[in-house]
Design a protein around this ligand. Structure first.
Ligand SMILES: O=P(O)(O)OC[C@H]1O[C@@H](O)[C@H](O)[C@@H](O)[C@@H]1O
Length: 323
């Protein structure tokens, strides 16, 4: 509009994207969609800590004991596990991306897909000197976090090998999503039944999931292999179904620490395991290998849809096919 001074300071806020301070003065980005849904992203870890629907209801679990202080990763939301999932390598558990300070990517390369979203932020991570000592590879990790007009949350990771000496590198990866649920014992996960999994509680031994949808009554820590691109988490008490859509991420981790492990974690409330479930879109069994100049893309799309589930009346195919 004429007469209005254009803001020159970067980054500049808009009705859709606001740059502000969060817990302990950490930089935070608020994404808002016109119908009322929102998300919060900390630059520390490129960590999504909140995702709310257009009624303002929180959809992600964030521990009341979460520590917003480096080098600890934030407990809850969506930590990024890169370049290593879990203890599968020489790095610290889940790699270093979740406890590094990311920066705003002001000039991201164009996105091939056309999104209608105006509420998005582009972040970038490049290795520090210390990272290069522990993991001697050059990379650029670009992450776009976007809220769709209907409130869907979309995370797109683009990781490029920028080694100049012709060296390839391999990594494992996960979007470690903590979903907020009314009661973990009442939740069902559909889309993983009959698949093979590695059980982290039994030395990563391989088993095949039997029977029906997954339900939970004790600690679970499983890596499901070659999973479908859609997984549903059905919370009948809340009458809500989360649909996880993923691309480039063949595996899916399901984790809940249950009571004993919950008590052993300093940044997790003793009873909080009753209200959370991690379903993590991942690439673990077959590490991703990139030659110099190559780029990998891994995309996660989360939606929360109202569901009127009554036990025994649900056709899993209908949830997964979205009809
Ligand atoms: O405490 P962290 O490092 O955030 O990890 C939490 C859990 O993350 C899960 O992804 C792993 O499968 C579990 O084994 C692990 O305990």
């Amino acid at each position: 509009m004429s007469g209005e001074k254009e803001k020159t300071s970067a980054p500049s806020s808009s009705p859709y994207v606001e740059f502000c301070k969060g817990v302990n003065g950490h930089d935070k980005v608020l994404l808002r969609e016109s119908r009322g849904s929102s998300a919060e992203v900390y630059l520390y870890g490129a960590h999504v800590t909140s995702w709310k629907n257009d009624h303002g209801e929180e959809l992600l679990f964030l521990s009341s004991k979460a520590v917003f202080k480096p080098p600890k990763a934030i407990r809850g939301g969506i930590p990024i596990c890169f370049p290593q999932f879990g203890g599968l390598g020489t790095l610290d558990q889940h790699g270093f991306a979740r406890n590094r300070l990311w920066t705003i990517d002001d000039d991201p390369p164009p996105f091939p897909t056309n999104t209608l979203s105006k509420a998005f932020v582009d972040l970038i991570l490049k290795p520090s000197e210390e990272d290069s000592k522990n993991w001697p590879h050059c990379f650029e990790y670009r992450l776009r976090i976007a809220l769709g007009p209907g409130g869907d949350l979309m995370l797109t990771s683009r990781i490029r090998n920028t080694n100049t000496e012709g060296k390839p590198f391999s990594f494992t990866f996960a979007y470690h999503t903590y979903f907020s649920v009314s009661d973990t014992s009442e939740v069902r996960v559909e889309g993983l039944e009959t698949l093979d999994y590695l059980d982290n509680l039994q030395n990563k031994e391989r088993f095949t999931e039997q029977g029906d949808a997954l339900t939970f009554e004790s600690e679970v820590d499983k890596i499901y292999l070659s999973t479908p691109t859609k997984i549903a988490i059905i919370d009948h008490e809340k009458k809500r179904t989360f649909v996880v859509r993923k691309d480039g991420l063949p595996d899916a981790v399901v984790w809940n620490p249950w009571d004993k492990k919950a008590k052993a974690m300093a940044d997790f409330g003793d009873d909080e395991y009753k209200h959370m479930l991690c379903v993590e879109a991942a690439a673990i069994e077959k590490p991703i290998t990139l030659k110099p100049g190559e780029e990998w893309k891994g995309r996660l799309e989360l939606s929360a849809v109202p569901s009127s589930y009554c036990s025994g009346q649900l056709d899993p195919q209908r949830v997964l096919l979205g009809s």
